[in-house]
Design a protein around this ligand. Sequence first.
Ligand code: ADP
Length: 231
Amino acid sequence: MLELKNIELRQGTFALHASFSVDPAARAAVIGPSGAGKSTLLMALAGFLKPASGQLSWDGADITSTAPSARPFSVLFQDNNLFPHMSVAQNVGLGVRPSLRLSAKDKTRVQEALLSVGLLGMDERKPAELSGGQQSRVALARVLVQRKPMLLLDEPFAALGPALKIEMLDLVAELCEKLGAGLLMVSHDPEDARRICENTILVADGLAHAPTATDDLLDNPPEPLRAYLGK
Ligand code: ADP
């Protein structure tokens, strides 16, 4: 279980509180108004922002001060962060070893990840030689090779058109199932949540709420979500 115990996050004058548990094997969306703190929450879980107070724990172990690379999460942000001068295989290999000194076993892992995102045979291409959807798949493969128990995605497919976005969301859901990985996914589109996340965490008015069933939340939105959805 991932537990946030009386967590307070601060960015300048902004403050966000969170106190709840997340099922590490489930898929949860993180939605709420712009500027509400969704990215802040993910940054803190990933270990890039230290909580002002409170405790984060994973399977009962305190990970509040654990280095990002030692946390049970792999993270994918919106801009993909692919290195243009590196090949597809090297970009994915960075997920296994930042030094890129890959053993034969590591290289197999890279190939397996490329296969799982449908990019086998594209290893030598540079990101510029790929479509936007394929670039997203490379970024996803780099996250998958890390073999962490949970994926944290921050609007990773927001730049894609609707059809491609749906394809990537379904791929994420399928891979999470296959790998037995959990998911926390920030999205500005509630339909993304409905599509692949059984639970949703609403972030609004300085509070990250406990995960609730996505359909219940979206069908009967509380006031801050109603305002956001324009209902
Ligand atoms: P969301 O992802 O929901 O759009 P963010 O987590 O990006 O919201 O931002 C939450 C709040 O934190 C915003 O009010 C934003 O202005 C503030 N904020 C974000 N980053 C910084 C920063 N580096 N310094 C000061 N304030 C920040």
